[in-house]
Write a new protein. Structure first.
Length: 237
């Protein structure tokens, strides 16, 4: 089962606010955290426990942890195509052999070494730009296509057209559809660190920093959230 994040997240927030009275102070930037409180642009919020789940922005709120874990950012490029003809349905998420040398579960397998050597010969530019094909069809018939991976402490906001072309070339190589029109381009940023796949450390007493540092946050976030709340308040929470 898949969800459409851009639709699901606002609906989830509205449900939490309306049904359970959760307060969302939108548009407020947190500047610091301390035991029992967080400091934001308009004042303070006191709490029995605080979870800092700020993604790549965690460096600013927990610099000591960031330095010790070599915390940095990964920038990725993604696209959305125009809606495909009604007769075309992609029932499952599609990936390619580039995934088999990128994800550790595959890359540790014995044949992956030979595959990597062949890919270095055939698609060196794709490997150099961290291209890892992922294609998923939305409910509206459009295809979400990604992605690339570039790592640095600071992320520039500029997307590369040649990198987008590498991603689309890989899609053309494995998916039998006409080159579709692209309606959206965007950049994503997620954190990586030497403690992959998950960073979970105390900044102060009952102030917990949590970050997925393997690029799998959208797949694992709900389970990690449940475990984090249970660790702070007990399983009954």
């Amino acid at each position: 089962m898949r969800v459409e994040p851009r639709e699901a997240l606002p609906k989830l927030a509205a449900w939490l606010a309306g049904r359970h009275g959760v307060a969302f102070p939108w548009g407020v930037s947190v500047g610091a955290v301390e035991p029992g409180a967080l400091v934001h642009a308009e004042g303070r919020i006191e709490a029995d426990a605080i979870v800092v789940a700020a993604g790549a922005a965690l460096r600013a709120l927990a610099p000591a942890i960031a330095r010790r874990t070599n915390f940095r950012a990964c920038r990725l490029q993604m696209m959305r195509t125009a809606a495909q003809p009604p007769a075309f349905r992609l029932e499952h998420v599609l990936m390619s052999d580039l995934s088999l040398v990128r994800y550790a579960g595959f890359a540790r397998m014995r044949p992956a070494k030979a595959l990597l050597a062949r890919l270095h010969e055939e698609v060196p530019a794709s490997l150099a730009n961290g291209v890892n094909l992922i294609v998923a069809q939305g409910a509206d018939g459009s295809l979400v296509v990604g992605d690339s991976h570039h790592y640095d402490e600071a992320i520039e906001p500029f997307a590369s057209e040649p990198v987008d072309a590498l991603i689309l070339d890989e899609m053309d190589a494995v998916l039998d559809v006409p080159r579709p029109g692209i309606t959206e381009h965007w950049l994503g940023v997620y954190p990586v660190a030497d403690v992959a796949p998950l960073l979970r450390e105390n900044i102060a007493e009952r102030v917990l920093a949590v970050a997925v540092t393997s690029g799998t946050g959208m797949s694992t976030a709900f389970a990690i959230g449940e475990e984090t709340v249970a660790s702070l308040f007990g399983a009954a929470a």
